[in-house]
Write a protein that binds this ligand. Structure first.
Ligand SMILES: [Zn+2]
Length: 90
């Protein structure tokens, strides 16, 4: 009787996993490492599983986010500035 629910969760997990693994992640602004992850808030079943299995998924229990991205190499949160600097060029 719980089979449908289990199946759905499995599907959702796989879709999310694929989505994050195919995601373009920016390099770390501090150390330049490419091993970075998208920061997600909220500990629910599927996010716990994704955090454990997906290297581009960083889970924190509560917001606000310390940054949009997390560097696996230096362990820091960071933001990519290109969207907040409107009109500014580097
Ligand atoms: Zn880094």
């Amino acid at each position: 009787m719980a089979e449908y629910e289990t199946y759905d969760r499995e599907q959702v997990y796989k879709e999310q996993y694929r989505r994050f693994m195919n995601m373009e992640v920016p390099p770390c602004t501090r150390c330049g490492s490419g091993a970075t992850a998208s920061v997600q808030v909220g500990v629910i079943g599927i996010t716990i599983r994704l955090a454990a299995t997906c290297s581009k998924f960083k889970l924190i229990p509560n917001g606000p986010k310390p940054g949009e991205w997390f560097c696996q190499s230096c362990g820091k949160f960071f933001d990519v500035p290109y969207k907040s600097n409107e009109g500014a060029t580097t």
